[in-house]
Design a protein around this ligand. Sequence first.
Ligand SMILES: *Cc1c(COP(=O)(O)O)cnc(C)c1O
Length: 418
Amino acid sequence: MYPQWLFTKNGEPRQIPIVQSTTFKYDTSEDMAKLFDLEASGYFYSRLQNPTCDYVAAKLTSLEGGTAGMLTSSGQAANFYSIFNIANCGDHVVSCSAIYGGTFNLFSVTMKKMGIDFTFVSPDCTEEELNAAFKPNTKAVFGETIANPALSVLDIEMFARCAHAHGVPLIIDNTFATPINCRPIEWGADIVTHSTTKYLDGHGSAVGGAIIDSGKFDWMAHKEKFPGLCTPDDSYHGITYVEKFGLEGAFITKATAQLMRDFGSTPAPQSAFLLNLGIESLHVRMARHCENALKIATYLSTNDKIAWVRYAGLKGDKYYDLAQKYMPDGTCGVISFGVKGGRKAAEKFMKSLKLAQVETHVADAKTCCLHPASATHRQMSDDELLAAGVTPDLIRYSCGIENADDLIADIEQALQNV
Ligand SMILES: *Cc1c(COP(=O)(O)O)cnc(C)c1O
């Protein structure tokens, strides 16, 4: 929260101040020492905490129904911190295999080098299959509410039940659904992460991430698994995080005091300000994203030039029932589909679009579109693409908040050229 001196009683600023300051001043060294000992709360250095960033983190925390939260400089940093805060070299994590490509690489390559081992399970796995993935050194379970780009929907309750049965927390990346459409904590998730770069920002203006803790996971009940939270931290004056900050504050305080201190993936206050602007209209934008996506998915599903459509909000989709359970008001604005005629036809379609922009970005106010086979995955043969779960005809279409009829007219004229 902002210190009171930022505000006058009357005529306070309508927007949040950007506290563009690396450091903060104190009357005496003793006052400052209390902060370093985590005896008093306050600001001392923006690598760890900044008032503008904290204001926005608190807003996201309340949107997700958590007890504590922090912003990070990217979604990658948020997912890395959320796991590295509780898993060390020699530990193991169970993750859904349908996750963002960057996260998959972080887990399977970079964190593996740090000595943390991952077992990947299908988003469609049975409870028995999921249970079989746990090991004595498992420290967390990870998944995405709606997977980017697979668009599968996670059975959050089932994943939470299995995680808790093995004494570990469930971490959910809620980037695509946003807290407007799904609040994973209400379904049993313990920690929620975001790439705020997507819908939360919503305008393609600032890369960022967030971690929110539900405050519900009982670390002390599994003390032996989580020594970092349940035994004294020698790098912080022997503090035991759970004892000092309670279940509601321990996870985020540790991530700030240790990981932000040492890795410094802190967002700029200016980026937090931009994120806050995006969040102010999130509830209006998400409804429109979903309305547009459903209209376009419905249109595509009846078009004879289209081979297939994937959108969990569309009746008949493999994930429709799960989406109805977890996101009855709508899922997200991203759909994927195949153009009949394979790679060549998809390339022609992409070239012919006028309104939708060709980008790798998704989940933005302006419609964007990607053909992985001719862009991000262009070096792969059709067989290699299929093995990676990407068909040569696949087009990922991220519906913006424009007029749906204009978007459909754009798709229609592009299909005429195919
Ligand atoms: C984009 C994305 C990320 C990575 O976030 P960055 O902000 O790009 O670092 C993580 N998870 C999901 C689901 C994403 O879509």
